[in-house]
Design a binder for this molecule. Structure first.
Ligand SMILES: NC(=O)c1ccc[n+]([C@@H]2O[C@H](COP(=O)([O-])OP(=O)(O)OC[C@H]3O[C@@H](n4cnc5c(N)ncnc54)[C@H](OP(=O)(O)O)[C@@H]3O)[C@@H](O)[C@H]2O)c1
Length: 238
């Protein structure tokens, strides 16, 4: 894999960072992109300088195009950025929050994938990160679940449309990453205990669990149009 280049947008933290580490270990060239320079530098340091970095806000179409132009051709795109907006009971969640969730997750994924097409090598791949909320019936996730379902819906359509480029997705369950930092420490402890009790494997997920699914989808060149639900089975019990 020495010559294959993976760009991970959202690669400075959580699932994207774990995927970067695994892809480097598998011998891929890796570039990580995100908005915050300091987080990118810390990630690069934690990866023993094994990845290049790009500062990029994926809501900015010009910035995405500039980043791809600076990078040139590459083989695999992983979209590991997201949004925590749009969660809450259907009766009370605000349309503004749901709209922000779509802006930050669905439209960023759409735009990053679409703009990448002239730069992706034909034998390469795109991996979208959706979420278990797209596939389960979890009360309180109508808004965020709809956004993740929109991302998941892209996978089979693009796998058929962009041939021979492969297009896959991973839908994580509850994974212990900074994504949950909108909660206080006490809230997080309580929420994780509740999710753990509902999860058949009896634990919260780790970034590396999801990164393994991403690595598999990138490296197995016969995988196309699949979404791996990597959730410890929580979709079955909530
Ligand atoms: N953690 C979970 O339980 C869970 C469950 C299901 C699905 N997911 C999904 O998994 C994906 C990764 O989440 P995570 O848990 O790894 O979260 P995370 O640790 O918060 O990582 C998010 C990454 O995306 C970057 N990012 C965010 N907005 C960006 C933007 N507009 N442009 C460029 N980079 C951006 C962040 O860096 P900057 O902030 O510096 O930009 C960071 O590198 C998300 O799509 C999330 O919805 C997570």
């Amino acid at each position: 894999m020495q010559n294959q280049h993976v760009l991970i947008i959202g690669g400075s933290s959580g699932i994207g960072f774990a995927a970067a580490r695994q892809m480097i270990n598998l011998g891929y060239k890796v570039t990580i992109a995100a908005r915050t320079a300091a987080k990118l530098e810390a990630a690069k340091c934690a990866l023993n300088n094994g990845a290049d970095t790009i500062i990029l806000n994926a809501t900015d179409a010009d910035a995405i195009r500039d980043a791809y132009n600076a990078l040139g051709a590459f083989d695999h795109l992983v979209l590991a950025l997201g949004s925590s907006k749009g969660a809450g009971a259907f009766a009370t969640v605000s349309l503004e929050e749901v709209r922000q969730g779509f802006e930050e997750k669905v439209f960023t994924h759409f735009l990053c994938a679409q703009t990448a097409l002239p730069f992706l090598t034909p034998c390469g791949s795109i991996t979208f990160i959706s979420a278990v909320t797209a596939h389960a019936a979890m009360p309180g996730t109508a808004g965020i679940g709809a956004a993740n379902a929109a991302v998941a819906a892209l996978v089979p359509i693009l796998a058929a449309e962009l041939r021979p480029l492969r297009v896959n997705g991973v839908s994580p369950g509850v994974i212990d990453t900074p994504w949950w930092d909108f909660l206080s420490t006490e809230q997080k402890t309580q929420v994780f205990a509740d999710f753990k009790s509902k999860t058949p494997v009896d634990r919260i997920g780790r970034s590396d669990d999801v990164a393994q699914a991403i690595s598999f989808l990138i490296s197995n060149t016969y995988m196309n149009g699949h979404i791996i639900i990597c959730d410890g089975g929580i979709r079955l019990t909530t």
